[in-house]
Write a protein that binds this ligand. Structure first.
Ligand code: AMP
Length: 588
């Protein structure tokens, strides 16, 4: 069906009215000092995310408002702001009692259960740096990240600990404490080297003086993937709260009475920045669905919980589209006011699907682990160009840059020039370093500009359009996956001589992980070996990271300097032109 290239905004019909309706005026009048005035700050003048997110509301009229509503197998349970304050104080006291100090690192490996949220916010109160891990990771990605991050404490469940951590504990000499969170009714087991969460919490006081952190103190650590080497630990500071508050206001259009649902898992940055911090900063109620995707249940949650603002992801939207309109049309969604999406390109079809099935177009927005918060967005006060990521938010200056033959960076002045998306540094949630990798961090900047690694174009109206990645990282189900990590796990198998991993376009998950493998002498590429390798990778990496397809090749194409040419593997797989092959090793 032929559809217009623009969806006109309906700001006048929206109640409450959008927070942002004059694009230029709001940007011109914006200052980060103005945002500082909207926050509370600690009595000592410092800034702590947990204070802004929890305490500020817990002490005021908002104390009895529900902060998190958990929808679990056994029904729903609520945590008010006052209860969240009490529980997070107790957890901060647990850490203090264990001697875990400011700046030390706590990892969380759990499903979306209350303890995860309490641990994240309680650690921030203590000044301990939190690193949430995706619970679908296999043992290898977990051990790599905990070891790189020098984990001092782990909060997890008995099952996840037994399955994924226990056998690797000798690789984690710095890990001093493991707290195990049991499911409701789950019997306590004696597991050596662990403590029971309930017991630790029961003995802890509900009063705690928040650590006097400053805006520049580290609060969160999020691992992200590059093309080479180990995962990169992106360090974020408490000052990021300024961006989270601002983007909650402009990009998600949060208003005080909103019922908000972010479907992202806190094991990834969206699930923390927008599944925990931003909604709490605005004092709204968040819905947390503990279970995995299920179209009918999701529609039921939207309807029964009267969700007003919904933040989800393209893969989820495509899965809903695949389930067909019938489950959605069981009801209408009168409370819903705003739907947004992030993480991968959102095709125009999906934007229109929102309009037709939910009654609202999907507002795509763009950001990444390093930016800490949303930078570019379609928002309800403005026209949407389906397929575009929107325009820069107040406080964000974006541009497109190209490089000349000498590698020098130039800001593009012509609309629609394809180049690398760059951001002028200065927004508060910019990550402050890759753990132990200063050179890798510095390489991301050219003077005042942060080079994002994404290729994009900006049209004459200032809307940004995603073109692709400038590197080989893969986006599968919205999760950034480093090919190197997958290749390394495959290489651990005795049959594998070389491995090259690419993202193969997939109509549902965006990109599917596909591996090419050459075998050592004496091994044959049989279907049985393929199954064995798929199983090996799944066991080591977990289902979210493991390849779904493996092809055997006699050898893999490499540059003369020995690097596997994933670009060429991908071009060959997709039947695309092979591009410049001048650096290809002879015979490959
Ligand atoms: P992560 O750091 O895991 O959040 O992944 C960030 C990357 O996801 C970006 O650098 C983009 O490549 C991709 N991404 C995020 N949002 C969008 C979007 N709206 N459209 C296209 N790609 C996106």
């Amino acid at each position: 069906m032929e559809r217009p290239g623009i969806i006109k905004h309906r700001a006048a019909a929206l109640r409450p009215a959008p927070n942002w309706t004059d694009y230029e005026a709001e940007r011109a009048g914006f200052s980060w000092d103005g945002v500082r005035a909207a926050l509370d700050f600690l009595p000592c003048g410092g800034l702590n995310i947990a204070h802004e997110a929890v305490e500020r509301h817990a002490r005021g009229e908002q104390g009895e408002r529900v902060a998190f509503r958990f929808i679990g197998e056994q029904g729903q349970s609520d945590l008010t702001y006052a209860q969240l304050s009490h529980q997070t104080n107790r957890f901060a006291n647990v850490l203090a009692g264990l001697g875990v100090g400011r700046g030390e690192r706590l990892f969380v490996l759990a499903g979306r259960v209350p303890a995860l949220y309490i641990a994240v916010l309680g650690s921030m109160k203590r000044g301990t740096v939190v690193c949430p891990l995706f619970s679908a990771f296999g043992p290898e990605p977990i051990a790599t990240r905990m070891s790189l991050g020098d984990a001092r404490v782990l909060v997890t469940t008995p099952t996840l600990y037994r399955r994924k951590v226990e056998a690797l504990r000798d690789r984690l000499p710095g890990l001093r404490h493991v707290l195990l969170v049991r499911a409701p009714g789950e019997a306590r087991q004696e597991i050596p080297g662990t403590l029971d969460w309930d017991e630790a919490m029961d003995g802890a006081s509900g009063l705690f003086d928040i650590a006097p952190t400053s805006a520049d103190d580290y609060a969160l650590l999020h691992f992200t993937s590059g093309t080479t080497g180990t995962p990169k630990g992106a360090l974020h500071v408490h000052g990021a709260a300024l961006t989270h508050w601002t983007t909650g206001k402009y990009a998600l259009d949060l208003h005080p009475d909103d019922i908000y649902w972010c479907t992202a898992d806190p094991g990834w940055v969206t699930g923390t920045s927008y599944g925990i911090v931003a909604p709490l900063l605005h004092g709204v109620t968040s819905i947390i669905d503990e279970a995995e995707f299920d179209a009918e249940r999701w529609y039921r949650i939207l309807r029964e919980q009267a969700v007003t603002v919904w933040y989800t992801a393209p893969t989820a939207i495509r899965m809903l589209m695949r389930a067909g309109p019938a489950p959605a049309r069981v009801s209408t969604y009168p409370a819903l006011r705003m739907v947004a999406s992030v993480g991968e390109p959102l095709n125009p079809e999906a934007v229109w699907w929102g309009e037709e099935v939910l009654g609202h177009p999907i507002h795509d927005n763009w950001w990444q682990t390093e930016t800490g918060g949303i930078m570019i967005a379609n928002t309800p006060g403005f026209d949407i160009k389906p397929g575009s990521m929107g325009r820069p938010l107040p406080g964000v200056d974006a541009c497109i840059v190209t490089r000349d033959a000498d590698g020098a960076v130039h800001v593009a002045t012509e609309p629609d020039t394809v180049g690398e998306l760059a951001l002028k540094r200065g927004w508060p949630s910019m990550w402050r370093g890759y753990l132990n990798e200063d050179a890798r961090y510095r390489k991301c900047f050219d003077g005042d500009l942060y080079l994002t690694g994404d290729l994009a174009r900006c049209d004459a109206d200032g809307y940004y359009w995603f073109v692709g990645r400038s590197d080989d990282v893969i986006k599968s189900s919205g999760h950034l996956i480093g090919p190197f990590e997958v290749e390394s796990a495959l290489l651990e198998h005795p049959a594998v001589a070389e491995a090259g991993v690419i993202g193969k376009p997939d109509p549902t998950v965006g990109e599917m992980i596909k591996a090419f493998v050459s075998l050592k002498p004496g091994y044959e590429g049989t279907p049985a070996l393929r199954m064995e390798l798929l199983g090996h990778a799944r066991k080591r990496l977990g289902a979210a990271v493991a390849p779904k397809e493996i092809d055997f090749l006699p050898s893999l194409p490499r540059t003369r300097s020995g690097k596997i040419l994933r670009r060429l593997l991908k071009a060959r797989e997709l039947g695309l032109p092979e591009g410049d092959t001048s650096t290809l090793e002879a015979g490959a």
